[in-house]
Design a protein around this ligand. Structure first.
Ligand code: HEC
Length: 134
């Protein structure tokens, strides 16, 4: 990964944070800006600063409902969590967020509290992505 890309990402996220602080933001949105915008873009369209570095283009998260006309909440929840998805062919480029979150959350809240906090964070993210559908 090129350093220039990283600093552009940091800049973009810093900007996102200052914009976010000016308005009422949900925890899901903050979490999204922290963990997801770098690949999926500030508006979820799959055009984040790291997008060009990946083998696979990050998904446009604003059109998930288009296919069936409804938002597949639990499918999206499971994709973000990632711990229960059977990997298809080839390496997954998206981090397994359920695993990433739980490692820190268990340290802070203990084993059962941590599991609950992790689940809640993924709910917040799923709800935020649902709100991005256009
Ligand atoms: C390192 C880059 C990267 C980051 C960071 C990232 N993603 Fe992804 N994401 C991808 C890629 C690449 C795909 C699509 C291709 C695939 O299946 O691997 C994807 C796919 C998805 C999908 C599936 C969309 C669909 O239509 O099936 C969802 C939902 C999603 N990401 C949500 C998130 C959320 C929420 C976060 C933050 C917690 C996040 N992503 C962070 C790279 C990333």
């Amino acid at each position: 990964m090129k350093t220039a890309t990283i600093s552009v990402a940091a800049l973009l996220l810093g900007l996102a944070h200052s914009q976010a602080n000016a308005q009422q933001v949900t925890r899901g949105e903050l979490e999204y800006l922290d963990s997801c915008a770098v690949c999926h873009g500030l508006e979820g369209k799959g055009d984040g600063p790291l997008a060009d570095e990946l083998q696979k283009r990050p998904a446009d998260l604003t059109i998930i409902s288009r296919e069936t006309g409804r938002f597949p909440y639990w499918r999206v929840f499971a994709i973000i969590d990632g711990r229960y998805i059977v990997p298809g062919h080839g390496a997954r480029e998206m981090p397994v967020w359920g695993q990433q979150f739980i490692e820190g959350d268990v340290k802070t809240y203990g084993p059962s509290g941590g599991a609950i906090v992790t689940q809640e964070r993924i709910h917040e993210l799923t709800g935020y992505i649902e709100s991005l559908q256009r």
